[in-house]
Design a protein around this ligand. Structure first.
Ligand code: S3P
Length: 441
């Protein structure tokens, strides 16, 4: 079956209101925490992408039932010791690093050995960042080369740990917080700033948690063995999915877009700060709080001129999933933009720093790399006319969607492979982009 798209025209001017699907990070956390609650949870607007559907199928293998009813999912938990594990259970995390790492946190007390595996891309990613802290709780891991597939055997004699999270990884922080739920006593975490959805959910559920915020680090204490009840949650729109339309609008001519009900938690809005420093003038309207998260409509208008940026490192974590599209704006900016210490970008679903550099060079943009720092030499007159084929060997959903935005705004004739990878995080991507008027075949 054909698994590529062709794009031959730039998108024409548009003026629309859209809504994107539910936030992926929050959806996965809701599924996992509902699996630990006592009784029924109801999750509205759950993202129905492969990463989240794999999470649902996996908790079912661990004895947790769920049902879709109208526009919400019901999940029926039995408390923090409620997984019913069997010998030889295999959990398939598919492409999802977040799910694979977070579920390991919840398996630290499993009496039976559980295998966690993933697809080709996930099997290339490092898991020692998770197995090391989780081993300190008392769990045992068996794996080759610290990667998936790996097996975990937990213990009922868990001990709380002190953990220093230095990567700015919310996945590592959250896996440890979930393991702390299962552990009597107080687990203490010093974590470099990263997305804080797990902390906000713990607060909502009444889990005893203390957070002291400092400039670059948060000090978090979780007291374990607290059983919480089933809960209701309305998942807000995903800023990472929104980012494709933000950049599409900025780089198009005379267009404007409102994206409704997006999560603009400040641990996720690096992209907005960065683009606004580049002269984007993106606005928030109707800001309100729900479940501790900040939600808003986002207003974007096309811009003719972008300034280059010396991107502050403090945004690296809060923009980590958006750098691919941010680089497209840097490619059209006046002057040289610099981005530094992007080591983590190479550890995603594909080595995105490398992929981005090759992509930018392919479209005629000069890029200089020094280790994990890059300089992008912008060209405000960039207007392509050649043929471009994007193979996307690692089937990275964000590489595919970024390439589609480039094709619709920069000109040229494009053939982009693995269009179906949008199902990983954003199955509605093509539906929305066609609604905005894009010609995609
Ligand atoms: C995520 C955290 C980030 C991000 C990923 C989702 C999460 O990864 O790249 O897409 O939901 O916690 P790291 O925490 O490893 O940086």
């Amino acid at each position: 079956m054909k698994n590529y798209i062709t794009i031959k025209d730039k998108i024409k001017k548009f003026n629309k209101k859209i809504e994107v699907s539910g936030d992926k990070s929050i959806s996965i956390r809701c599924v996992l925490l509902a699996s630990q609650a006592i009784g029924k949870s109801k999750i509205y607007n759950l993202l129905e992408s492969d990463d989240v559907l794999n999470s649902l199928r996996s908790i079912k293998k661990l004895g947790i039932e769920y049902k879709k009813i109208k526009n919400y999912y019901e999940i029926y938990g039995f408390g923090i010791s409620g997984f019913n594990t069997h010998k030889k259970t295999v959990i398939n995390a598919g492409n999802s690093g977040t799910f694979a790492r977070l579920i390991l946190g919840l398996l630290v007390d499993s009496k039976n050995q559980i295998e966690v595996k993933g697809d080709q891309s996930l099997s290339k990613r490092d898991f020692s960042r998770i197995t090391e802290p989780l081993s300190l709780f008392g769990a045992n891991f068996f794996s080759e080369k610290k990667k998936l597939p790996l097996k975990i055997t937990g213990t009922e004699f868990l001990r709380p740990i002190k953990y220093n999270e230095e990567l700015g990884s919310a996945q590592c922080k959250s896996a440890v917080m979930l393991a702390a739920l299962k552990t009597a006593g107080i687990t203490k975490i010093k974590a470099k700033k990263s997305r804080n959805h797990t902390e906000l959910l713990f607060r909502k559920l009444g889990v005893p948690i203390k957070i002291i915020k400092k400039a670059n680090y948060d000090y978090i204490e979780v007291k374990g063995k607290y059983n919480f009840k089933g809960f209701e949650y309305h998942v807000p729109g995903d800023i990472s999915s929104s980012s494709f339309f933000i950049v599409l609008t900025l780089l198009s001519r005379n267009s404007s877009l409102t994206i409704k009900n997006v999560n603009i938690n400040n641990t996720r809005t690096g992209i907005i700060h960065i683009l606004n420093k580049m002269n984007a003038k993106i606005l928030f309207k109707n800001k309100r709080k729900m479940n501790g998260e900040l939600i808003s409509d986002i207003l974007i208008k096309s811009r003719n001129r972008f300034k280059s940026i010396n991107c502050p490192k403090k945004y690296n974590s809060s923009a980590i999933d958006e750098f691919l599209v941010i680089f497209l704006v840097a490619a059209k900016a006046e002057g040289v933009s610099t981005f530094s210490e992007l080591d983590e970008l190479n550890k995603k679903e594909s080595p995105r720093l490398e992929i981005a550099i090759n992509f930018l060079r392919k479209i005629g943009i000069k890029v200089i790399r020094n280790k994990n720092d890059i300089k992008i030499y912008g060209n405000p007159y960039l207007n392509l006319s050649g043929n471009y084929i994007i193979k996307n060997f690692m089937k990275d959903h964000r590489v595919m969607m970024m390439s589609t935005i480039a094709a619709l705004t920069l000109g040229g004739k494009w053939k982009i492979y693995d269009a179906s990878s949008s199902k990983t995080s954003f199955p509605e991507f093509f539906k929305i982009i066609k609604k905005l008027g894009a010609n995609i075949f």
